[in-house]
Write a new protein. Structure first.
Length: 74
C-alpha cells in the first residue's frame, strides 16, 4: 500500500524546513530541485580562481576573513 505524502509549498517554507524535508524525502525530485534553486539563487556570484601558490592561498585566507567580518557587521 502506497503512503500519500502531502508536500508543502516549497516556495513558502523556510530554508531550514525545506532542508529537513529534502533529508526526510531523498527521492523527492521536486523538493530537491526547490532546495537547489533556493540556495543557488541566494548564493554570491563572486568566484575566485584556484590558488596556485602559497601566496595565493594566503590571499584567499585574507579574503575569507574579510568576508566573515563583513557578515558579522551586517
Amino acid at each position: 500500500m502506497d503512503v500519500l505524502v502531502i508536500e508543502p509549498e516549497f516556495s513558502s517554507i523556510s530554508k531550514t524546513k525545506l532542508r529537513a524535508f529534502v533529508i526526510a524525502h531523498p527521492d523527492n525530485k521536486a523538493a530537491f530541485c526547490a532546495f537547489v534553486n533556493r540556495f543557488t539563487s541566494e548564493a554570491s556570484p563572486e568566484t575566485f580562481d584556484i590558488p596556485k601558490s602559497n601566496a595565493d592561498i594566503e590571499e584567499v585566507e585574507i579574503l575569507i576573513k574579510q568576508k566573515l567580518e563583513q557578515l558579522k557587521m551586517s
